[in-house]
Design a protein around this ligand. Structure first.
Ligand SMILES: Cc1ncc(COP(=O)(O)O)c(C=O)c1O
Length: 402
């Protein structure tokens, strides 16, 4: 049977393709150091694992769960938002637990988009915004984030996009937003979310804020829902994948006003059922951890980041040392045509994989991204390999001395 039209132009995810290439190199004995994917390598808090173990040993926890998630988890998520973001969420009506925030992106697109509806996505940005919107039939228009504007949007450009799209104001449109921003590590400033909400109200836009990195290398987590009136025109996705080291557990959430939660639930309840109850109870434990958990996680990432800075200096890149999230984003030296060329060369010569920024959109072409999800020794080993590989030739690229 032929694949559906909605899959047209949806390629294989870059990383799954690249992992096959890395696999092939490993089979040749190259033992590639993969500094690409942002999957936390450390475990969740031991109390979280204990809850899962204890709860899953009980006989009465194995049935289907309600579509809206357990009240215990929703209450814990509500407390988490109140404590850390200063946002009040009604656990009954304004929170929807998700099987990871990535599925939330698809659910939101399927819930709201009709063919041709405008979806604004950041360039550079997380590729799933684009692919989910495309599969749901939306018309995607990129808005550009530029280094010289601290990776914030130009709201005049956004206004032009809305004005140029027939019917956008009447029917409504969707915009994907993400701060701390992946891949650039840009933190939100004091006004960016207010500007987004004002823009959304003026133009009938549903702002979808994706917020999985707010606790990583950042002491001041901010939610777009802290802006007064935000729940009327915005939703937020959040995740336990990064901040609680639970990427494989698949726990995320959507928060907004009751209407949005009800709308998305209409779609989601036809797609899957509630998560395994012990996972939900362990997740509730995870979001009730105190400051010391986040301090410990961040201490680890801070040490790693220092080592990555050294690696990036060796590679003659330039970068900001105030980035949040699990990556460092760096501008490549002029000698390379783009980040793909640089990434390919480093993989071939030194058996180290670094993500080319271009996979996040054309505005990322002159950048590379290094993941912090490896121990410091790996970064040191990568540095050694790179030094050695390029020492032989005397250069990293044709004219960059190391
Ligand atoms: C910006 C961004 N949003 C969402 C996700 C997905 O997170 P989750 O594990 O909650 O599905 C990722 C994961 O890499 C991400 O980088």
């Amino acid at each position: 049977m032929q694949t559906s039209n909605r899959l047209e132009g949806i390629g294989e995810y870059y990383f799954s393709q690249k992992l096959r290439e890395i696999d092939a190199l490993n089979k040749q004995g190259r033992n590639v150091i993969n500094l690409g994917i942002g999957s936390p390598d450390l475990p969740p808090h031991p109390d979280v694992i204990r809850v899962l173990q204890e709860e899953s040993a009980k006989p009465n926890v194995h049935a289907y769960q309600g579509y809206k998630g357990s009240a215990i988890l929703r209450n814990a998520l509500s407390d988490w938002y109140a404590k850390w973001y200063g946002v009040k969420l009604d656990p009954e009506t304004e929170i929807l637990p998700l099987i990871g925030s990535k599925e939330g992106i698809m659910h939101v697109c399927m819930t709201y988009l009709n063919p041709g509806d405008l979806v604004m996505v950041p360039n550079p940005g997380y590729p799933t915004y684009r692919s989910a919107a495309k599969m749901a039939g939306g018309t995607i228009v990129e808005y550009t984030l530029r280094e010289e504007n601290n990776w914030f949007p130009d709201f005049d450009e956004l206004q032009r996009i809305v004005d140029a799209h027939p019917g956008a104001k009447q029917r409504g449109s969707m915009a994907w937003v993400n701060y701390p921003h992946m891949p650039t590590g840009q933190l939100p400033d004091d006004t960016i979310f207010e500007k987004w909400i004002a823009f959304a109200k003026k133009n009938n836009v549903l702002v979808c804020h994706d917020n999985p990195y707010s606790f990583i290398l950042n002491d001041k987590p901010i939610s777009i829902l802290s802006v007064p009136g935000a729940k009327e025109t915005a939703l937020e996705l959040n995740s336990l994948s990064k901040s609680q080291n639970m990427a494989g557990w698949r726990v995320g959430m959507l928060a907004s006003g009751k209407q949005v939660v009800d709308d998305v639930l209409r779609f989601k309840s036809n797609m899957d059922s509630g998560m395994f109850l012990p996972v939900q109870l362990a997740a509730a434990k995870a979001v009730s951890l105190d400051e010391s958990w986040y301090a410990k996680v961040n201490q680890t990432y801070r040490e790693r980041r220092q080592s990555v800075f050294q690696l990036l200096q060796l590679l003659n890149t330039s970068f900001s040392d105030n980035q949040a999230g699990m990556f460092v984003w760096a501008k490549i030296p002029h000698q390379y045509a783009d980040g793909f060329a640089m990434s390919d060369e480093i993989l071939k010569e030194a058996a180290v994989f670094i993500t080319p920024g271009g996979i996040f959109g054309s505005a990322g072409n002159e950048f590379i991204r290094v993941s912090l999800c490896s121990p410091v020794q790996k970064f040191e080993e990568a540095r050694e390999r790179i030094s050695k590989a390029f020492e032989k030739r005397g250069t990293i690229s044709t004219s960059v001395k190391i």
